[in-house]
Design a protein around this ligand. Structure first.
Ligand SMILES: [Zn+2]
Length: 265
């Protein structure tokens, strides 16, 4: 009996993981907000968000992040938006996506990353939230369709700043469901690999940030306040990496990142 149970356990674990994988690959969940409406909402939110997070005014850093973002998009399942990648002045280690394919990378992330692959890992996760349109899906669940629609239509301009701030602003980072976080990791791994970045970099950067956070529990690793790091999460990402066909990844040149890091200091 006990032996049978022991033998069954790995099967159950594998079953659960592959069961997840099937759902994880489905990026078209129910969303009442159309792509066009989401673009509109993203444009409006960007104005509010950039009042709270000053854009880092360095053409080289902006160009660099844009190049990384475009490369990662080649590995995305779908590209529905005209993606915009920006660096914002904020020392905490984080990046975030707002609706409509707009991504913001904190200067703190660039400072903490030791390789381009590490920056790419966080960006791939955030791009995946955009690809699966988690922002508008979660907003609709949280605030209701009519309120979200009124924001899109510009009928509720005084609520716009408040909601943008509540979700993505400094006060409260969008806190996605566990399911959405897992999917962003899953798609992030796939996106990295297809774009030629070794997804193992996601695991090692998460582990590094976790260790940094334990030494200095300030805002240093705010990525994990909205993305809790658990051993289960790491294990899942590792299992997902094991599922993708093995390949040799091109060597990553980190000289450009080093130059940008030097300028941020
Ligand atoms: Zn996330």
């Amino acid at each position: 009996m006990r032996l049978a149970r022991l033998l069954l356990l790995p099967l159950i674990v594998i079953g659960t993981l592959s069961g997840c994988a099937v759902n994880m690959a489905d990026i078209h969940g129910f969303n009442v907000i159309s792509i066009e409406q989401e673009k509109e909402l993203g444009n409006k939110f960007a104005v509010e968000i950039e009042k709270q997070y000053p854009v880092y005014n360095d053409p080289e850093a902006q160009k660099y992040i844009d190049r990384l973002g475009r490369r990662l998009l080649t590995g995305a399942r779908e590209v529905n938006f005209d993606y915009v990648f920006k660096v914002v002045k904020d020392d905490s280690v984080n990046a975030f996506a707002i609706p409509g394919g707009r991504l913001y990378v904190h200067t703190g992330l660039l400072k903490a990353a030791q390789s381009e692959t590490e920056v790419a890992a966080v960006m791939a996760h955030e791009i995946s939230h955009s690809v699966a349109r988690h922002g508008t899906r979660q907003m609709t669940q949280q605030y209701g369709y009519s309120l979200v629609l009124s924001l899109v239509l510009g009928q509720n301009s005084n609520m716009l700043g408040q909601i943008a701030g509540e979700l993505f602003g400094k006060a409260g980072m969008m806190s996605y469901s566990r399911e959405y976080e897992n999917q962003a990791d899953f798609l992030g791994v796939e996106t990295m690999s297809k774009a030629g970045y070794n997804p193992q970099g996601m695991v090692s950067f998460f582990q590094k940030l976790d260790a940094m956070g334990k030494q200095n529990s300030s805002t240093l690793t705010s990525f994990f306040s909205s993305h809790p790091l658990t051993s289960e999460r790491i294990q899942r990402v590792q299992a997902e990496i094991a599922q993708i066909p093995p390949r040799t990844y091109p060597l990553v040149d980190n000289t450009e990142l080093q130059k940008i890091k030097a300028r941020i200091k």
